[in-house]
Design a protein around this ligand. Structure first.
Ligand code: UD1
Ligand code: CA
Length: 452
C-alpha cells in the first residue's frame, strides 16, 4: 500500500462465554498461538504502522499478550459494552493521532490473511470512505446483511433490525472494516444507538459515510478466512483450517510430508528443504528444522533447533532448549531438554538427556540417563567430544565426562571422569557353578514333602 500509514484497531473485549472457559476467548490457541497473536501477526504483515487493542475491564492477561506480541501496541479498556462502534472509540487517542487508513478487526477471527487485509484496505487509496469485508456463510443467521447496489455498499442491516427481505440476503458482514483515516473519528462520533439492541453499531458507519458523500464498498472474502470463533467446536474447525494451510506451506517450501493430515505444526514452525516428516509428528512452539533433516514417525518437538542432516525418532521427544548440531542422531524413546548436542553425536535408544552439553561425536548408549534434578534444583552434565557412555549409565549431575572417556555399562557416575579415562562404577560379577541346579532340586524336594 505504498507509504500510507495504517492504524489497526483490534477489538479483543469478548469474554466468549460459549467457550465455557476461565480464559478469555482471544487467548485460546490455534496452531500454538493465541487468536490475538494471529490477528496481530496478520496486521503487522499487512503493514500496520500503529496498533490499538481494545480489551475488557480487568483483563491484564489480554493486555500482557498484546504487549508480548506487539510491544508497540497501545492497549485501551472499554469499560462498558455498548457496541462495536463504542469499542472502537475506546481507542480514541490512537484515532486522534491520525493515520491514512484505519482497519478494524475482531481478535476472534484468527484465519484472516495479510493478503485479504490488503485487499480490504485498497479501496481507501482510491477514495472510498469505508470498505467492509463480506462473505457468504452457509447460514447467515446472526450476521449483519450487506445491502449492495452493484459495486456500492448501501447499508449493513443487523439481523435484529432487518426486514424479511434484508434477512434473505446471503452476503454478510464478516466484521472487518477499513475506514478512511481522515474521516474515521467524525463518522464514529456520529453513530447513535437507536436500534433493536440499543448499541452503537460500527456498521452504521456505512450509511453515514454515504450521507457524507464518501463511497462505501464491500470486498468479498472466503468463508474459511473470516469465520469467527465463538465455541470450542469452532476453535477446532479453525485449527483444522490452519493446519491444512501450514501443511501446504511446508510442502511448498520443500518438505516431504508422507501423511500430511497426521502432522501438526505450530504457526512458527520453520522447516528447511528436503526435510522428511514421517506420519504422526507434532511440532510445538519454537521449532527450527534445517535442510535434509529426517523426522521419523511419532516424534514430538518443542523449542528445538535441528541443524541440517539431523535424524530423530521414531518416538523421540525434543523439549525446549534442545539444540542438535548437524548430523546428530536421536533414536527411539529418547527425551532431550536444554541439551546442546554437537555434530555427529548419537543418542540412539531409551535415554534422557537434560541440562546437558554433549561434545561432537560422543556416543550415549541405550538407557543413558542424566540425573539432573534432586527435587529442588537442576544440575548440568558435561560430556566431552568423542566420549563413549556404556549402556544404562546414570550420570548424576553436576558431573562431567572428559573428552574421549569411556563409561562402563551400568555405571552410576557421581564423580568427574578425566579425558580418555575409563570409569567403572558397578559391583563385580560373582559366578557360583552349579548353584541354580542345586537350588531347583532342593526346592522341588521341599515342595513334594509339603504336598503329601
Ligand atoms: C457484529 C457485526 C455484524 C457482523 C458480525 C460478524 C456490528 C453492530 N455487527 O455483530 O454486522 O456480521 O459482527 O461476526 O458490528 N465488541 C466489543 N465491545 C462491544 C461490543 C462488541 O469489544 O461493546 C467486540 C466483541 O468482543 C466481538 C466483536 O466486537 O469481538 C463483535 O461483537 P458482537 O457483539 O459479537 O457483534 P455481532 O452481534 O456478532
Ligand atoms: Ca459475534
Amino acid at each position: 500500500m505504498g507509504d500510507r500509514s495504517l492504524l489497526v484497531v483490534v477489538l479483543a473485549a469478548g469474554e466468549g462465554t460459549r467457550m465455557a472457559s476461565k480464559r478469555p476467548k482471544v487467548l485460546h490457541q490455534v496452531a500454538g498461538r493465541t487468536m490475538l497473536h494471529h490477528v496481530l501477526a496478520a496486521t503487522a504483515q499487512a503493514g500496520a504502522t500503529a496498533t490499538a487493542v481494545v480489551i475488557g475491564p480487568n483483563r491484564d492477561d489480554v493486555a500482557a499478550e498484546a504487549h508480548r506480541v506487539s510491544p508497540d501496541a497501545q492497549v485501551f479498556v472499554q469499560n462498558e459494552r455498548l457496541g462495536t462502534a463504542h469499542a472502537v472509540l475506546a481507542a480514541r487517542r490512537a484515532l486522534e493521532a491520525g493515520a491514512d487508513d484505519v482497519l478494524v478487526l475482531y481478535a476472534d477471527t484468527p484465519l484472516v490473511t495479510p493478503a485479504t487485509l490488503e485487499r480490504l484496505r485498497a479501496p481507501l487509496a482510491a477514495g472510498a470512505g469505508v470498505a467492509v469485508l463480506g462473505f457468504r456463510p452457509a447460514d447467515p443467521a446472526g450476521y449483519g446483511r450487506l445491502v449492495t447496489d452493484g459495486e456500492a455498499l448501501v447499508a449493513i442491516c443487523e439481523e435484529k433490525d432487518a426486514s424479511a427481505a434484508e434477512r434473505a440476503i446471503g452476503f454478510c458482514n464478516a466484521g472487518l472494516m477499513a475506514l478512511a483515516g481522515k474521516d474515521a473519528l467524525a463518522l464514529l462520533e456520529r453513530i447513535g444507538n437507536a436500534n433493536a439492541k440499543s448499541e452503537y453499531y460500527l456498521t452504521d458507519a456505512v450509511v453515514l459515510a454515504r450521507a457524507a458523500g464518501l463511497p462505501a464498498v464491500a470486498i468479498e472474502a472466503d468463508v474459511e478466512e473470516v469465520a469467527g470463533v465463538n465455541s470450542r467446536l469452532q476453535l477446532a474447525e479453525a485449527e483444522a483450517i490452519m493446519q491444512a494451510r501450514l501443511r501446504r506451506a511446508a510442502m511448498a517450501g520443500g518438505a516431504t510430508l508422507v501423511a500430511p493430515e497426521t502432522v501438526f505444526f505450530c504457526a512458527d514452525t520453520v522447516l528447511g528443504r528436503d526435510v522428511l516428516v514421517a506420519p504422526n509428528v507434532v511440532f510445538g512452539p519454537g521449532v527450527r528444522v534445517g535442510d535434509d533433516v529426517v523426522i521419523h514417525a511419532f516424534c514430538h518437538l518443542e523449542g528445538a533447533v535441528l541443524e541440517p542432516g539431523v535424524t530423530i525418532g521414531p518416538y523421540a521427544r525434543l523439549r525446549p532448549g534442545t539444540w542438535l548440531e548437524s548430523g546428530v542422531r536421536i533414536g527411539n524413546f529418547v527425551e532431550t531438554k536444554a541439551a546442546h548436542i554437537e555434530s555427529g553425536a548419537k543418542v540412539n535408544h531409551l535415554s534422557y538427556v537434560g541440562d546437558a552439553h554433549v561434545g561432537a561425536g560422543a556416543n550415549l548408549g541405550a538407557g543413558t540417563i542424566t540425573c539432573n534434578y534432586d527435587g529442588f534444583s537442576k544440575f548440568r552434565t558435561e560430556i566431552g567430544a568423542g566420549a563413549f557412555i556404556g549402556v544404562n549409565a546414570a550420570l548424576v549431575a553436576p558431573v562431567s565426562i572428559g573428552k574421549g572417556a569411556f563409561v562402563g555399562t551400568g555405571a552410576v557416575i557421581t564423580e568427574d571422569v578425566p579425558d580418555d579415562a575409563l570409569a567403572l562404577a558397578r559391583s563385580r560379577q560373582v559366578v557360583k557353578e552349579g548353584w541354580a541346579k542345586a537350588f531347583r532340586e532342593r526346592r522341588a524336594k521341599e515342595k513334594d514333602k509339603s504336598d503329601t
